[in-house]
Design a protein around this ligand. Sequence first.
Ligand SMILES: Cc1cc2nc3c(=O)[nH]c(=O)nc-3n(C[C@H](O)[C@H](O)[C@H](O)COP(=O)(O)O)c2cc1C
Length: 362
Amino acid sequence: MTHLFTPLKLREVELKNRIAVSPMCQYSSHDGFASEWHLVHLGSRAVGGAGLVMSEATGVSPEGRISIDDLGIWKDEHIAGLQKVTRFIREHNSVPGIQLAHAGRKASRSAPWNGDKVLKIEDACLPDRQGGWKMVAPGAIPFAETDPPPVALTMEGIEKVIHDFRDAAVRADKAGFLVAEIHAAHGYLIHEFLSPLCNQRTDDYGGSFENRIRLLIEVVENVRAVWPEKNPVIVRISCTDWAEGGWTLEESVALAGILKEKGVDLIDCSSGGAVPWQKIAIGPGYQVPFAEEVRKRAGILTGAVGLITTADQAESILANGQADLVSLAREFLRDPYFPLHAAVQLGADIDCPNQYLRAKWK
Ligand SMILES: Cc1cc2nc3c(=O)[nH]c(=O)nc-3n(C[C@H](O)[C@H](O)[C@H](O)COP(=O)(O)O)c2cc1C
């Protein structure tokens, strides 16, 4: 029996294996609506054998989108399109997850292939699209010096963010998702509150560790309150800012312990994204030690992500007790059938759609 193809039970939701499609922005939505691209893209990875198929960062509010082309879940009208996607994923014996996100001071961008530039409010990006919007953040500190300064969130603004996450979770459940992941990584809004490099507030939401984690804790409490008890909540964090004076692994371990008590089921361990001057020590599996540390010291299930590209590598991460789940992003873009290929390589017998059964026999 391989570790990679051993099921993982999170509350009442069983993943048939330990392979997750990591959230990946597709820049293929108009006004937040899921398109046929999402059905084919996410559906293919379910057919390819992933145990968990996560959606891209999905905006809990229009101003919370990274780009104007992001997927959204800020209105009820978004539900029907997402239902088509989740139905297909579930029909193929995989589990659909949604990453609930607010981009904070890294919002209002164009898609990478449209220049990845900050859209000014007056910009008309494409003929049928709106331009940019005012970004919100813990304070008026821009991500890059050349970016327009974001607007510091007022207490009312913070309350709106929390309610937006809660309402989005209600819609995500109606849309058929079984796993909710709160995006608290990569320099987006929640991470901006966590990191002292982005958060210089002097009120209850800034300064001490307890104050900086407050927004995330309140978001988790509100999401957990409406998310079905039987379904898991995951939080993605950046375990380090890779920058002096920034968020640390020690803080991640402490946070993970608190999140566990709040009903979070797994920590998805990523890193970086808070500041442009970060110095990342990149290499195969470079974030795996974070997942291992959080898992061992906080006693919570973890997901490893980042330059995991082979079946053997994924298998050994699990076998060595470094993580409970492995998420792949770019490898899944190259190979939607990564799990099927990994099963052949590791000698595991896995289910495969009837239409593709002939592929199992030479
Ligand atoms: C095209 C693309 C889009 C991404 N979008 C997201 C996203 O929406 N949310 C997120 O948390 N990470 C996002 N990421 C980061 C991935 O989920 C992953 O953490 C990162 O790429 C490292 O994994 P990899 O080495 O397997 O690609 C994205 C990565 C890529 C390549």
